[in-house]
Every structure is written in C-alpha cells, then in structure tokens.
Design a protein around this ligand. Structure first.
Ligand code: RB5
Length: 147
C-alpha cells in the first residue's frame, strides 16, 4: 500500500519516525514534507497530502502537526478527504470502520511516539464496515457536493 505522509515543523520529528516505522513494515511512503524543524505553515502540507490521497496517487495518508488539528482541517478542505484527528487507537480504528477516514492525523505535542505508532497501526489495519455507515458517509459527501 502506498501512503502519503506530511507534517509541519512541530510534527517533523514524529513524522520522520513514523515514516521509518511504516517503511520497516513494508509500506511505500511518499513524504510531502516538511523537511526540517524550521517554522512553516501546516496548511501547505495538509493540502499536499490531501491532494495525493484524493487523486489516488496514494491510498491513505498520515498527517502530524502540534495538535493534529490545523493540518487535518486543511486536508479536509480537499474534496473527497476525510481526515480524522485521533489521540488514541480506538478512535483511529473507528475512524476507518465507521467514517471511512482516508487520512489519520495526530499531534506530536499531544501523543507520545508509542501511542502514535498504535494510532497508525489501528487505522491502517481496520477496514470500513459499510452498511449503515455507508449512508452516513455518503451524506458527508453530499454536503461537500452541495458546496
Ligand atoms: C504550530 O505552532 C502549531 O500551531 C501547529 O503545529 C498545529 O498545532 C496547529 O494546529
């Protein structure tokens, strides 16, 4: 599976560690930056990862900023993106199972490295359950399509 990953400066170190972790697990990971701890603007990287996933270039995405909030808000402005901010693995699993999230986001200032790995594992190993959840996810897309 090909994954897109991105962060701002606050998430840079965690993004690097998670990228390595995912590559060691056999995922192909495309890194959309940032590339240092120098201050930068999270919307740029949220949008890049969002577009990579929405276009199909990457199947799913991982985003990290200080809280996970700003970068996921930016990604969610890209049509077709459902980016979920999670601080623990149960929500990450349910974000996929119920909400068909295609990007997982978390905060490097909020969660520790082991928790972050657990969040990513829970998200990537879960599958969308469809059924009653499908109708609700389609309702979210309808909102997007109505503009
Ligand atoms: C950067 O200081 C910080 O605002 C950013 O990483 C993020 O937490 C925004 O939501």
């Amino acid at each position: 599976m090909k994954l897109a990953i991105g962060s701002d400066h606050a998430g840079y170190e965690m993004k690097e560690e998670i990228k390595k972790y995912l590559e060691e697990k056999g995922y192909e990971v495309k890194d959309y930056g940032t590339n240092s701890t120098e201050s930068c603007d999270y919307p740029e990287f949220g949008e890049k990862v969002g577009r990579a996933v929405a276009s199909g270039e990457c199947e799913e995405g991982v985003l990290v900023c200080g809280t996970g909030i700003g970068i996921s808000l930016a990604a969610n402005k890209v049509k077709g993106i459902r980016a979920a901010v999670c601080s623990e693995p149960v929500s990450a699993r349910l974000a996929k199972q119920h909400n068909n999230a295609n990007i997982i986001a978390f905060g490097a200032r909020i969660v520790g490295m082991e928790e972050a790995k657990g969040i990513v594992d829970a998200f990537l190993s879960a599958e969308f359950l469809g059924g009653r959840h499908e109708k609700r996810v389609n309702m979210i897309s309808d909102i997007e399509n109505r503009g």
